[in-house]
Design a protein around this ligand. Structure first.
Ligand SMILES: C[S@@+](CC[C@H](N)C(=O)[O-])C[C@H]1O[C@@H](n2cnc3c(N)ncnc32)[C@H](O)[C@@H]1O
Length: 217
């Protein structure tokens, strides 16, 4: 039996409180700590199914806001201020639909790869999803906007964080208490977007670190 299927404290709480997934408590903790989601904002939620983040976001942004969600699985959260796009975020024609609604005040990703059981492969696949979300954000996030993304620790998360640090005034790691005990997931938060970084800067950091033997993390 997959231990992830065993209902724990947060799964039961989600059922009792009418949320579609326990994931909502992770976003709640992020919101409690950083207070980024505000009334009237336009947000993009990548990997939305079944829709607990959208349930929570919909309440905060209110009627003047809009949350756009994308997933290839069915999203149950249906509200007037929520627009669902069905499909794969990695496909250009799906991105084009999201671009039509841009720019966004915040881009959030809870996307997770289809795990293969090989930790290294899974961690790098998770990193690839974050990189793609970050690239999209460079072009379609408003200046001053924020980026929240889940990543599996054990791949290239530190390099990705270095890039986030170049594009946002503030960058933080955050591990919600509601993450499952054994989970390798952690969240990367970029606040106050300043613009697409000169990627050469990131390469310089790595090259310099290799020369000096002093890694930047
Ligand atoms: C942990 S679940 C998200 C839970 C969601 N935040 C909620 O609160 O209900 C991760 C989701 O990411 C989706 N996903 C992964 N890769 C994706 C991609 N390339 N495009 C769209 N959705 C993707 C999966 O289908 C899955 O539903």
């Amino acid at each position: 039996m997959n231990p992830y299927e065993k209902p724990d404290y947060y799964s039961k709480k989600a059922m009792e409180e009418g949320y579609y997934a326990r994931s909502v408590y992770k976003l709640m903790e992020i919101q409690d700590k950083f207070n980024l989601i505000k009334e009237g904002q336009k947000l993009l939620d990548l990997g939305s199914a079944p829709g607990s983040w959208l349930q929570y976001i919909s309440k905060i942004i209110g009627d003047s806001g809009l949350a756009v969600g994308i997933d290839f699985k069915e999203v149950k959260a249906q509200y007037n201020n929520v627009k669902i796009i069905k499909g794969n975020f990695l496909k250009d024609h799906k991105k084009a639909e999201l671009v039509e609604l841009a720019p966004y005040d915040g881009i959030l990703s809870d996307m997770a790869p289809d795990t293969k059981g090989d930790k290294l492969v899974d961690c790098y696949a998770s990193g690839d999803l974050v990189r793609d979300a970050l690239m999209f954000s460079y072009n379609f996030l408003k200046k001053g906007g924020y980026f929240i993304a889940k990543i599996f620790q054990g791949g290239d998360e530190k390099e990705i964080m270095d890039e986030i640090k170049l594009a946002f005034k503030t960058a933080k790691w955050f591990k919600p208490k509601s993450c499952r005990k054994k989970s390798v997931e952690i969240f990367m938060i970029g606040m106050d977007f300043t613009g697409k970084p000169d990627i050469k800067d990131a390469t310089d950091i790595i090259e310099n670190a290799e020369e000096t033997g002093e890694m930047p993390w």
